[in-house]
Design a protein around this ligand. Structure first.
Ligand SMILES: [Zn+2]
Length: 329
């Protein structure tokens, strides 16, 4: 398991290294002397970081330099982070104190170390600092594993699923890997076709039953048919006061989105015959598959396309399991 630790190194240069030693740097005023001293210790601190980077696996300071200015008066604060895998060598506090004192050329008693365990983001493996969580807040996935703000924000902006409920038709909810506005009413399972392609299966809670599952093929005649199907379906359900939810999911194909339609559990019988009728009117499987396979509307198919669609449909029909969203990805 990978874990991360922060070592806050506090070095106190007051006394001894104050006014008395200023002449060493050939300066006259105290402010100028302090600035020059910072420069000297900055260089030595860089040397220290270089040493630690050579000595230990997963050692880094980058993420923290901004959040933790090294200098504050005559105290020196350096935040260093070590990300360790099981077999990496751990930084020993005692050894670190010695290294700091040695590289900065000061006495060991001036070096204080605070060790803190830091969370690592499940999305990008980044080590998260306290400053970051103070500034942006804390986030986690469904299993409670920490998620950094950038991953969380991306998950929201580029959410793989958008859910619209009949109660609030103008208020879309979203579901991602690290957030779920529906609070468990729907879950996503990513179905990987291969390394590059895939789609999400929508799994409803027991409050919902799937009425219809489809795919939106962008800019096609089939898409228009599905829109009409959706309009008529909503009308029928709203007339009967049956609650519904429509889940649109992204797939790895930008021209194709998943369309999954649910009704509140217990209303299936009441609505089934209407859906069957709408399907026979507006969901022509030949049109759908021809469009999915060729990217063309059926009217625009040439002889080659027709043969191809015919053959592909036969092959897919033999393997009904895979006869779904997959062939379009
Ligand atoms: Zn992240």
């Amino acid at each position: 398991m990978v874990t991360a630790q922060a070592f806050k190194i506090c070095v106190n240069l007051k006394n001894g290294n104050g006014q008395k030693t200023l002449h060493k740097y050939g300066v006259k005023t105290k402010n100028k002397a302090t600035a020059d001293m910072h420069k000297v210790y900055d260089e030595r601190a860089d040397e220290l970081i270089g040493y630690l980077q050579d000595e230990y696996e997963g050692f880094d300071t980058e993420e923290n330099n901004e959040a933790n200015p090294r200098w504050n008066g005559l105290s020196f604060v350096l935040m260093v982070i070590q990300k360790v895998d099981d077999d990496d060598e751990l930084i020993e506090e005692r050894k670190l104190v010695r290294a700091v004192a040695n590289k900065l050329r000061i006495e060991e008693y001036r070096v204080g170390i605070e060790v803190e365990d830091l969370p690592i983001c499940v999305g990008c493996d980044k080590v998260m600092t306290e400053e970051e969580s103070d500034r942006y807040g804390d986030y986690s996935d469904a299993e409670g594993r920490p998620v950094c703000y950038s991953c969380y924000e991306y998950d929201r902006c580029e959410a793989p699923a958008t859910v619209v409920f009949s109660d609030e038709p103008n208020e879309p909810y979203s579901i991602g890997s690290y957030h779920d506005d529906t609070e468990g009413q729907f879950k996503l399972e990513y179905h990987r076709t291969d390394g590059w392609r895939g789609h999400y299966n929508v799994v409803p809670s027991e409050d919902w039953e799937e009425l219809h599952s489809d795919a939106i093929l962008a800019m096609s005649q089939d898409e228009k048919d599905l829109k009409d199907f959706d309009d008529l379906l909503l009308e029928a359900l709203n007339d009967r006061g049956i609650r519904w939810a429509r889940v649109i999911t992204r797939t790895s194909n930008v021209f194709c989105c998943g369309y999954d339609f649910f009704v509140e559990t217990g209303h299936m019988e009441e609505i089934e015959h209407i859906v069957a009728q709408l399907r026979s009117m507006l969901r022509d499987p030949y049109k759908f598959h021809a469009t999915a396979l060729t990217g063309k509307d059926p009217d625009d198919l040439n002889d080659h396309d027709r043969v191809f669609v015919e053959m592909a449909s036969r092959i897919m029909a033999e393997n009904k399991e895979r006869f779904g969203n997959e062939q379009m990805e």
